[in-house]
Design a protein around this ligand. Structure first.
Ligand SMILES: NC(=O)c1ccc[n+]([C@@H]2O[C@H](COP(=O)([O-])OP(=O)(O)OC[C@H]3O[C@@H](n4cnc5c(N)ncnc54)[C@H](OP(=O)(O)O)[C@@H]3O)[C@@H](O)[C@H]2O)c1
Length: 314
């Protein structure tokens, strides 16, 4: 006796059968992607960061995401090399961490990434010589204080974006990779941005966005280049996180405080080459795919112009 469903299918026309198959395929695909998403954000175990090495370097560690990531790494038992341009602030962060995690060793390196990069890299190299560095977080970054048209971006800002977001990140990565290649393990996290990796454009932040596009693509290439050396390199893509970089953003369902954002950063290390670590922002990104690109772009432009009205260009 045949199953009633097979009997019904036999009487369907070719086109109806084809449409049904496509629908079924799409349904299975959606179930697969949803299950994978749930697995990645809620079930998958994070990698043991100590397996990469005992020390982690975090740049831009005095504030914002960098500071929160450093605190979280100390909680996992990693010793820290904190890099930023304000030594006093770095020392304060180091004592805060020490007070919470007394067993962790902390070194501070004052390095102005917008200054003499060669000298800074040399001093960082001396500070980490002989240490078992397992993780590097290239977090330091700069953006414009207010949205600007390209012709308004001054020479000084332009150079700062280039030196902090591109040159120093690349040179510090080069320095640390040399050590990681020798021991055949390590993890490097480069902080990108949703403006470059998620949205179709990010008007009035063009140069900043382009620097983050560089970070994303650099990470994708290095991910492939160094995989066989046992080194996991990735670009992590924040959307908005409430820090000094985005003074007009308030905490809400999609915009976390750095302390909320840091644990997902650690959970994602070692998985994938370009990732949105925070589940709510991954969901936000999914929702944004329903918006038509020209409408999305217009909205971003008007949001930038509105923001500029509150924070006029100097
Ligand atoms: N917050 C967001 O919504 C968001 C969104 C997308 C991507 N990101 C990326 O996430 C990363 C961290 O951003 P954040 O929001 O935490 O920013 P933040 O609060 O401004 O912190 C950035 C840190 O980097 C340091 N830094 C800046 N210029 C430096 C220099 N020349 N030399 C040494 N250190 C320097 C800053 O020190 P000073 O305070 O002394 O400048 C600060 O400690 C950045 O790469 C940013 O592009 C952030």
């Amino acid at each position: 006796m045949e199953l009633p469903i097979l009997e019904t299918l036999r009487f369907l026309s070719f086109w109806r059968l084809a449409l049904l198959s496509i629908g079924l395929f799409q349904f299975c695909r959606t179930i697969y992607f949803f299950s994978r998403w749930v697995y990645v954000y809620f079930i998958r175990s994070p990698k043991c960061l100590l397996h990469y090495g005992k020390w982690a370097i975090v740049t831009g560690a005095a504030k914002g995401i960098g500071k929160a990531v450093a605190v979280e790494m100390a909680r996992k038992g990693l010793n820290l090399v904190l890099v930023d341009r304000e030594l006093e602030l770095l020392k304060e962060v180091a004592s805060e961490i020490k007070a919470e995690e007394p067993r962790v060793e902390i070194l501070t390196v004052d390095f102005d990434l917008n200054g003499d990069i060669g000298d800074g890299v040399r001093r960082l190299g001396m500070a980490i010589e002989g240490l078992d560095v397992g993780v590097l977080v290239n977090n330091a970054g700069v953006s414009y204080r207010v949205p600007m048209f390209l012709h308004e971006v001054g020479e000084e800002m332009f150079r700062e974006l280039e030196k902090v977001n591109l040159t120093s990140l690349t040179e510090i990565t080069q320095l640390v990779l040399g050590m990681m290649v020798k021991k055949k393990k390590g993890a490097i996290v480069n902080l990108g941005s949703g403006s470059a990796s998620v949205t179709p454009s990010y008007p009035m932040f063009a140069v900043y966005t382009a620097t983050k596009g560089y970070v994303d693509q650099l990470s994708r290439c290095l991910h492939v280049e160094y995989k066989n050396f046992g080194i996991d390199i990735q670009c992590q893509v924040p959307l908005f996180v409430v820090t000094e970089m985005v003074p007009d953003k308030k905490e809400n369902f999609f915009n976390p405080m750095p302390e909320q954002y840091a644990p997902p950063v650690l959970r994602a290390i070692g998985y994938g080459c370009s990732v949105i670590p925070y589940w709510r922002q991954s969901f936000q990104n999914y929702l944004s795919t329903f918006c038509l690109v020209p409408i999305f772009n217009e909205n971003l432009l008007y949001a930038a112009l509105r923001r500029r009205a509150y924070y006029p260009v100097d």
